[in-house]
Design a protein around this ligand. Structure first.
Ligand SMILES: Nc1ncnc2c1ncn2[C@@H]1O[C@H](COP(=O)(O)OP(=O)(O)OP(=O)(O)O)[C@@H](O)[C@H]1O
Ligand SMILES: [Mg+2]
Length: 378
């Protein structure tokens, strides 16, 4: 299986953006030039992980989890009022834990009135997470920060507004794009390509045809990584009634062994039974769970291809690119490719850097986007 590499943006770090006139253009009084003043960020805000790629070369990724100390003892022990990522997961017993993003958008942001308190808490956690991710890129004091944030392709206007509001305090200008478009842009796949970003909350498909994709070019499915975990857990519970495990454990097993191809090897893992570690064969259930996302993906590919200009359909079919954490399921590209045979054949490639493909593309977009597309938030 071939992999696809992102176009490097390193060389561009030194280019001046003549079309973007920074509010403090002309220097900040200490002799800095405009290009030094602006830090460009590509941000991939994900249900499971969020990543940033910055024009100063920094790249960071963090689990999209925010924790607040449960009480004064927890606060004293932690020495902080908020904890992020894997550390928050490790210390979850002392924390009120939030995963503020669901399907890549801020939870409850579509209908805040339905649960105002929950909505406000998630909004606060999302804001803290976005600020934290941006701080990981180490902007210098006084530096202008322009960020392109990737969200699922069908995030609503409400969702996008909530992301914008959360980013307002820490970014000077912001642009929200659809995640698969960012991936496509980063790979320079702007023409006759079908990009599929397989995340935790959503699978986002986007058809590229040499101009900005519109709503008709995009499909968002909720049968993504979290769905695989749910199916896997249900299958295992049915098969091994006495085994003890939780969703987090099955997710880790999936990330280690996830596959969809035929295999003669058996995958054995230990689960406690009555407190005693006991080996269990999980091969078939893992394959079935991983394969459960294939059908909806193939149907959506079919929909996007069948409704495309007939002259270009073949080119599109032969240029399907998969990215996101879920693209690491062993054999997924091959199985999708096999299913494309029914539609006249096709070719599927996997991006080389599934974790950073979105953030890299968003960073590249940040360099290239003319001023009119940016929303000045400060
Ligand atoms: N090696 C792997 N094999 C299979 N699945 C994996 C692997 N590594 C990560 N995943 C899964 O990929 C998903 C996370 O992918 P990614 O980080 O792209 O999602 P996200 O951007 O946080 O989610 P979304 O885009 O839906 O908001 C999770 O479901 C995770 O379990
Ligand atoms: Mg994602």
């Amino acid at each position: 299986m071939e992999t696809r590499k992102a176009v490097t943006v390193k060389d561009k770090a030194a280019t001046v953006r003549p079309d973007i006139v920074a509010p403090a253009a002309g220097g900040n009084g200490n002799g800095a030039t405009q290009e030094e003043e602006i830090l460009y960020l590509g941000i991939d805000l994900g249900t499971s992980r969020s990543s940033v790629a910055a024009s100063n070369g920094i790249r960071e990724t963090v689990a999209s989890v925010v924790g607040y100390p449960k009480d004064e003892v927890a606060q004293k022990m932690l020495g902080r009022s908020v904890v992020f990522g894997d550390e928050a997961l490790r210390r979850r017993l002392s924390l009120h834990l939030y995963r503020p993003l669901e399907n890549g958008v801020i939870k409850f942001s579509d209908d805040p009135e339905s649960q105002p308190e929950e909505s406000a808490r998630h909004l606060r956690a999302a804001g803290d997470l976005i600020r934290y991710i941006i701080s990981l890129a180490k902007p210098k004091s006084g530096q202008l920060v322009f960020g392109v944030i990737g969200a699922p392709s069908q995030a609503s206007q409400h969702n996008k507004r909530a992301i914008l509001n959360a980013a307002r305090e820490v970014l000077d200008s912001v642009l929200i794009t659809s995640e698969p478009f960012s991936v496509a842009y980063g790979l320079d796949e702007l023409d006759d390509a079908l990009v599929i970003d397989i995340g935790a909350g959503t699978v986002d498909l986007c058809r590229m045809h040499g101009s900005f994709p519109t709503a008709e070019d995009q499909v968002t499915l909720t049968t993504a990584g979290d769905y695989v975990d749910k199916v896997f857990e249900q299958l295992l519970r049915k098969r091994y009634e006495n085994a003890q495990f939780n969703r987090n454990m099955v997710k880790r097993i999936k990330e280690k062994y996830g596959f969809v191809t035929g295999t003669n090897e058996r995958i054995q893992v230990d689960f406690p039974v009555d407190g005693r570690p006991t080996s269990h064969d999980i091969t078939e259930d893992l394959r079935t769970a991983c394969a459960s996302i294939v059908d909806p993906i193939v149907k959506s590919i079919h929909k996007l291809i069948a409704s495309f200009d007939p002259e270009f359909q073949e080119r599109l079919r032969h240029n399907v690119v998969i990215s996101g954490g879920g693209s690491q399921i062993i054999g997924l590209g091959k199985v999708i490719e096999e299913r494309l045979a029914d539609m006249g054949g096709g070719r599927v490639t996997v991006v080389e850097e599934p974790v950073y493909a979105g953030a890299n593309g968003s960073l590249k977009l940040a360099y290239d986007m003319p001023k009119k597309y940016w929303e000045v938030v400060k």
